[in-house]
Design a protein around this ligand. Sequence first.
Ligand code: CU
Length: 664
Amino acid sequence: MINEKELIAGQVAHPLEPLTAREIELAVAILKQERSLTMLQRFVTVTLQEPPKEKVLAFRPGDPIEREAFAVILDNAEERTYEAVVSLAERKLKSWTYVPGVQPSVMLDEFMECEEIVKSDPGFLEALARRGITDASMVMVDPWSAGNFGVKEEEGLRLLRAMSWIKSSELDNGYAHPLEGIIAYVDMNKKQVLKVEDYGAVKIPSQDGQYRSDQVAARGGIKPLDIVQTDGPSFEVEGHHIAWQKWSIRFGFNPREGLILHTVGYEDKGRLRPILYRASLSEMVVPYGDPTPAHNRQNAFDAGEYGIGMLANSLELGCDCVGEIRYFDAFMTNSKGEVARIKNAVCLHEEDFGIGWKHTDWRTDHVEVRRSRRLVLSSISTVGNYEYGFFWYFYQDGTISFEVKLTGIMFTAAIEDGLKPKYGTLIAPNLNAPNHQHFFNVRMDISIDGMSNSVYEVHTEAEPPGPDNPYGNAFYAKSTLLETESQAVRDIDLASARAWKFVNPSVKNAVGEPVGYKLVYGENCLPFAHPESSLLKRAGFVKHHLWVTPYDPKEKYAAGDYPNQHPGGAGLPSYVAADRDIADRDIVVWYTMGHHHIPRPEDWPVMPTAYIGFSLKPNGFFDYSPSLDVPRTEHKLSHCGNADAAASTASSCGGSSGTSSCGH
Ligand code: CU
């Protein structure tokens, strides 16, 4: 029975606050009661059913909030997937819908179950025995999504493909010792091994890949570098709303996308100007480039197939963030519907980011210099062997950046003595790290000074030499309005310095141009999988860097709602197929970026962080530099690099006298 008193929905202050633990409990209780659910029906996700945009935008503090939960349920017995919407206010199930032909994402409980099932399967134990392994206790089994390769016998099954490694001791890094050639296919509804493929034993690499602090001698000579904020941080937090200087940011967190930005705006001349309605990682995929039978089906859609939020780290014990930190917990469910709390899943802090701006008037020696400070909202997820850090940065000059930090342990395979892998890199004796790529798609529901926005492609052209360009030096920027979805499927082009600008055609800046933001891209690449490959059918979003769609609340994920074992065609390629108009309306921008990873020995045993990201930079949004009013820094403790100042406890940067202790 639902205990009404206990389960009263939390008194949240805003309709976009993530579901509280109580609300999740209530949603699960209502579902269990109304649908008579047993242990055979499993809770894949229970998340906030975000209210319609109009309602959110019209919301004023104190207005009533109608909370709803959205749940995905997998019925192991019927082998069916259901979507449910629960009204928390009315304490009732609003809808229960069978979704035919899909497999929801892999639940965390299934990770453990899969390892257990495989390790007790006679066929798998025989494959181990063929490699001289009679004790499976040190064997690690990693479940990988099965993809969809049109194999008849796999149709309709909920499948995982398991690969294995062996640890030499409890504290060993198992990825140093791959058990090459064994693939176990596991039916996760029936909880049994479907088949074990064995492509033949390969010598198990013997060299350890230790990285723990109790296993590796640390270098010396490092003195403490402490971040001290004696007066505390400069942000204010209320629920999941952050006020930081002129920024107003709301955020959320869910098991699929992890961090979500909501209603981001910047205060300018006393007015809060909207920039983003919502932004999140909509999908990611890691395709591998090794064609050998044990590895040619390998790819992972870490958001849609696993749930990047579900795999978030608890940042409690680490040094993931330094300074004055504010942590936030994330609440979700395990497969039984019990509330799973990830303590300290999200970290909020400020960072010094070097020089924000500077000028020295060389005639008068007058120096003006400002430090740049950024607000950091982050979380880190562990997907099997790999780690992904997701970082949103907000700067004092109006820039918003998204960065993924890639680290952790590379996927490893074994190779015989004397051989060199063609499709990977030998990173240690007999240890092959296959080539791969990491693609990320970020969905940005932009709202540049309002909902009606347009996208321009800006390219630069060289003026042909002639009377107007006698010395051949001239070049100019040319903007082209992207009017339909098909026109806005675009790639980066260095030859034309191609860029994309998002504007509000109805709001003009001081020089009469529409206000806008520009997407400034960083590292990127294109896929190498064949256009007809299963991978590119399922991950069509990686084929192009930019996509723009008119806002449709049903279009949320770059590879579709249920990418797990999906045959392909869903997501962005199908969204843009109607070739809808995108000019001067409520639009969504999708940016795909790829990190091309040809492994290096230096990436082993734990990969030094690789960084990939992009920025949204104001471009005619403000009338002049918005960071002009950032005050000079008065440092109480630091010395600003001047020997004389070392004796002083208070130094300042950029003083007008020309005698200040830094900035020269
Ligand atoms: Cu990689």
